[in-house]
Write a protein that binds this ligand. Structure first.
Ligand SMILES: [Zn+2]
Length: 170
């Protein structure tokens, strides 16, 4: 609930609010895609990679440090809405994210998954995205004990710089 309230209060994710539409005009992923080639636009939106296959960005409301979102350029809801080559491109970026986290944060494991629809946990049901979450043994206890959302913004900047630097080495 803390997570959901934070989304609604922040106004960053306008289309997580009840009764709103899921149009691309209010979609933060489409907004991130639109900044291709603009470094400042990318930095403000925590976008690490933006190319013809889609985008990789840091989740502003992460489960843990280095929680990445990977989305196609197209504002579509489900995997089956993409052409085969678009799906291949999306999963190339998922594989790149896996490499990037290994290089940048050296996690002990990862969770990779997709939530389809709000009841499955999608905060943004209108635009398909893949979560890649780095894991360290004991991180759940860590998050439950002190991992409130308010501690996250400080580490986001640091995570972004760390991963952006790691990406240039891949
Ligand atoms: Zn979108």
């Amino acid at each position: 609930m803390d997570y959901i309230r934070q989304l609604e209060a922040s106004g960053h994710l306008a289309d997580t609010q009840i009764n709103s539409t899921n149009s691309s005009s209010t979609c933060f992923l489409c907004d991130a895609v639109a900044g291709q080639g603009n470094r400042e636009h990318a930095r403000q939106r925590l976008v690490l990679q933006n190319d013809e296959r889609g985008i990789i960005l840091l989740n502003r409301y992460p489960y843990t440090n280095g929680h990445l979102l990977i989305a196609p350029i197209e504002h579509v809801m489900e995997l089956s809405d993409l052409e085969s080559t678009q799906r291949a491109g999306l999963f190339d970026l998922v594989a790149l994210s896996e490499q990037l986290l290994h290089a940048g944060l050296n996690p002990q494991g990862m969770n990779i998954g997709i939530n389809l629809g709000r009841c499955a946990g999608a905060g943004l049901p209108g635009h398909l995205h893949v979560h890649v979450v780095p894991r360290w043994s004991g991180d759940t206890n860590f998050m439950q004990t002190i991992g409130q959302v308010r501690v996250i913004p400080q580490s986001l900047e640091a995570s972004y710089e760390q991963l952006a630097a790691a990406l240039t080495r891949l």
